[in-house]
Design a protein around this ligand. Structure first.
Ligand code: PGA
Length: 246
């Protein structure tokens, strides 16, 4: 009932030559049953859409405003105009490097939804938070604060990504058991969000996902896909991830 989503987060990577070779590698990608999405740098959204028709393209961030004097910001309305399908909100790099806090992230979620974009709200604990034993409180706050004010009409447009910060770009993937435990916890917390049906809301896992560990993760009932950084950059690897995902 919940479709598997494989979402590539290219971060600030991939020049045009690399995008072209990625596109050639995935050209023959067919017979996949998952949703295959990529978030390139926003300046490459149109190019990627033009090159690859089988993949839905989105952004890695957006503003909490549609227009105005916000130099350097990325308007969700303009992203929609450009044909973006979704936007990633609250990635741990945005939270840690750009100091984005829950209130701002909630405004971004609402603005993205208002513009007809799907929103992937990311939550995740640091190693310190995990070891302190407080990580479930951290995750619950990020989740519930990020979803404030959404309406039941948004059900189809909300996805959650659980990305433990200690697993991102480190090669240290959470074990399927660790990931499943948190996903079940998050799904249970989603029950308190009146606008959503927890059982219909996709929860993706992110953090060092690769073709050789994706199946073990996806076998778990509450893991509905993956948000993938490094292993989404090469076309062959992204294709493998999608083909291994049922
Ligand atoms: P990674 O990144 O797959 O390279 O660990 C995941 C992410 O940051 O979304």
């Amino acid at each position: 009932m919940r479709k598997t989503h494989i979402v590539g987060n290219w971060k600030m990577n991939q020049n045009l030559a690399e995008i072209n070779s990625f596109a050639s590698a995935v050209l023959d990608m067919n017979d996949i049953s998952c949703e295959a999405w990529i978030a390139p740098q926003a300046i490459h959204i149109s190019k990627l859409k033009e090159l690859i028709k089988t993949i839905k393209v989105g952004a890695q961030n957006c503003s909490n405003q549609n227009s105005g004097a916000y130099t350097g910001e990325l308007s969700p309305e303009s992203l929609k105009d450009l044909g973006a399908h979704f936007v990633i909100i609250g990635h741990s790099e945005r939270r840690a490097i750009f100091n984005e806090a829950d209130t701002l992230l909630n405004e971004k979620v609402l603005k993205a939804l208002e513009n007809g974009l799907k929103a992937i709200l990311c939550v995740g604990e640091t190693l310190e938070e995990r070891e302190s034993g407080e990580f479930k409180t951290v995750l619950k706050n990020q989740l519930l604060n990020g979803l404030k004010g959404i309406s039941s009409a948004d059900q189809e447009n909300i996805l959650i990504a659980y990305e433990p910060v200690w697993a991102i770009g480190t090669g240290k993937v959470a074990t399927p058991e660790q990931a499943q435990e948190v996903h079940a916890f998050l799904r249970n917390e989603l029950k308190s969000v009146e606008a959503l049906e927890a059982s219909r809301t996709p929860i993706l896992y992110g953090g060092s996902v690769k073709p050789d560990n994706i199946q073990g993760l996806l076998e778990n009932t509450d893991i509905d896909g993956a948000l993938v950084g490094g292993a989404s950059l090469k076309g062959e690897s992204f294709k493998d991830l999608c083909q291994l995902s049922k």
